[in-house]
Design a protein around this ligand. Structure first.
Ligand code: NG6
Ligand code: CA
Length: 508
């Protein structure tokens, strides 16, 4: 019997490289399933049926959970969008690098072309790579001209294809970018974009609230596009402007098109939903599907987007050979700047599930998000309590596809592949959680250093987790972070404080 066959019979995956036979753990598995990463925006742990939501139905998301592995301790790297995405694509905690906070819509690209990224290593492994939907990692260099070639962007950091919402739904420019061009732009009506200082003569929400169909609750009072005032100012590009109500349909069609086009070789699709970020303006067919107003209806819409991708995989007979990952870029927020009835209609719905806080928060609700992994026949359906984070995707998916991950440029990415595939019950032993400040998880202990800052956000009413004294929680007995036990465990507080400082001061 060959060594290969013997190892396989013993349950050890093998990789044959230049005559050498190495166990998978040493050489990577060199398996190349398609990878579809569906990334919701601001969707909370408790916003989906399989994690306790009852007033909104999410059958498609629940199907991924039922047919796959549901993580109860899966995290986004940060409690807001840009830093989470930066860390997930680079394997480096965003707080290590200046300028990686929530970006304005005219920011330059913050991921350096040429550095290893999640998509670039998959490209190296022979994948066709695509990103569809929200980007929010900046585009171009300084003073980007939106009317010409938009670069550098996703195509310079490892994606073969892109169809983008450049920043967020609530930030200008309110146009799509495909490959390097604004979609549908009339050259006779050039786009200009500005943040901070007004631009042009188009009405703003501040001056003309009578023109609005959705009103801001805080901020969001600048240029009006499609009856909704945004963050930032734009002029021109009228024919190219998106219609919020059609956004889910538009990006889902693009995502499905990518899957159809790439079906014959391994592909990686990063499908980055707009939902359920503000402004929450679902397509009319989803309006009223819940009793929670637009926030609930947008969850239904997000679930529909997921269902379309799963249906495409089924239709093309790709489901068996596709690793589907579903997650969210940060915890939930109820009022994030528009009067959309989310607060009034929330009642007993708990967007963060059992966790305290939400988007922007150092409490678990900031980063403990839905994380589901499905790979039929390879990942045993079930529930995992492993501590894992999206920053681990680069090292883990490199291991899956037989690539080595560059720990110099992506030092915070841990290979947790055995946990992601359900082969091991444990993932990381520790995790730095990032909101405005840093906190540290070690096992089920959670340490939040003493810090300045409001306890509750005046805008969003989120409990931010800041306190003038150190906080220590034992999540095993107190998952809701209700009882600060720092005073009872001074040594653990000191030790976790030192460890956090050590990680913080580690050079790249
Ligand atoms: C905040 C916005 C909020 C949202 C957030 C980014 C205001 C008052 N608030 O500054 O509405 O856009 O940035 O969200 O402007 S994220 O999910 O992209 O991180
Ligand atoms: Ca977000």
């Amino acid at each position: 019997m060959s060594v290969c066959r013997w190892l396989r019979l013993c349950g050890v995956a093998v990789v044959v490289t230049a005559g050498l036979v190495l166990p998978a753990s040493a050489a990577g598995r060199a398996s190349r399933p398609n990878i579809v990463l569906i990334y919701a925006d601001d969707l909370g742990y408790g916003d989906i049926g399989c994690q306790g939501a009852t007033r909104v139905k999410t059958p498609h998301i629940d199907r991924i959970a039922r047919e796959g592995l549901r993580f109860t301790d899966g995290h986004s790297p940060s409690a807001t969008c840009t830093p989470s995405r930066y860390a997930m694509l680079t394997g480096e905690y965003a707080w290590r690098k200046k300028g990686t906070g929530v970006l304005p819509g005219d920011a330059r690209l913050i991921i350096e072309p040429g550095r290893p990224t999640l998509p670039s290593i998959l490209q190296q492994a022979g994948y066709r790579t695509g990103v569809v939907g929200k980007w929010h990692l900046g585009l171009g260099t300084r003073n980007l001209d939106w009317n010409g070639d938009i670069q550098p962007g996703p195509l310079e950091i490892g994606f073969d294809r892109c169809f983008l919402i450049p920043a967020t739904g609530d930030r200008v420019p309110c146009v799509y970018v495909e490959q390097r061009r604004v979609v549908g732009l009339d050259p006779a009506d050039p786009i200009q974009v500005a943040f901070g200082k007004p631009l042009g003569s188009e009405p703003t929400g501040k001056a003309h609230p009578e023109l609005l169909k959705v009103h801001p609750s805080h901020g969001h009072d600048m240029t009006i596009v499609n009856g909704i005032s945004r963050i930032g100012y734009m002029t021109g590009g009228k024919a190219a402007r998106w219609v919020d109500e059609d956004m889910a349909d538009t990006i889902t069609a693009k995502a499905v098109e990518f899957v159809e086009q790439q079906r014959d070789q391994p592909f990686f699709l990063f499908f980055s939903l707009h939902d359920i970020h503000v402004p929450r303006v679902p397509h009319p067919r989803f309006v009223g599907k819940t009793d929670m107003g637009p926030r609930g209806d947008c969850i239904v819409q997000a679930d529909w987007c997921v269902g379309e991708i799963l249906a495409a995989l089924d239709r093309l007979k790709l489901a068996e050979n596709t690793l589907v990952i579903f997650s969210s870029d940060n915890g939930p927020v109820v009022d994030d700047g528009y009067k959309d009835d989310a607060v009034q209609k929330l009642a007993d719905h708990r967007p963060a599930g059992p966790w305290r806080g939400g988007k922007y928060s150092a409490f678990e609700g900031g980063t403990r998000v839905p994380l589901l992994v499905r790979w039929p026949g390879k990942v045993q359906p079930g529930v995992s309590e492993a501590l894992v984070c999206q920053v681990d995707f680069p090292a883990s998916l490199a291991a899956l596809t037989g690539q080595s991950w560059n720990v110099e440029t992506g030092p915070d990415s841990v290979n947790v592949l055995p946990a992601l595939l359900g082969e091991l019950p444990a993932g990381r032993d520790h995790l730095v959680e990032h909101a405005g400040s840093l906190s540290l998880r070690v096992g089920t202990w959670k340490f939040i250093p003493a810090g300045k800052g409001a306890r509750v956000s005046a805008n969003t009413n989120t409990e931010l987790g800041n306190a003038p004294e150190p906080q220590l929680y034992d999540l095993a007995s107190d998952p809701g972070e209700t009882t600060n036990v720092a005073a009872q465990h001074p040594e653990r507080v000191a030790e976790m404080g030192r460890r956090l400082e050590g990680i913080r001061s580690q050079a790249r």
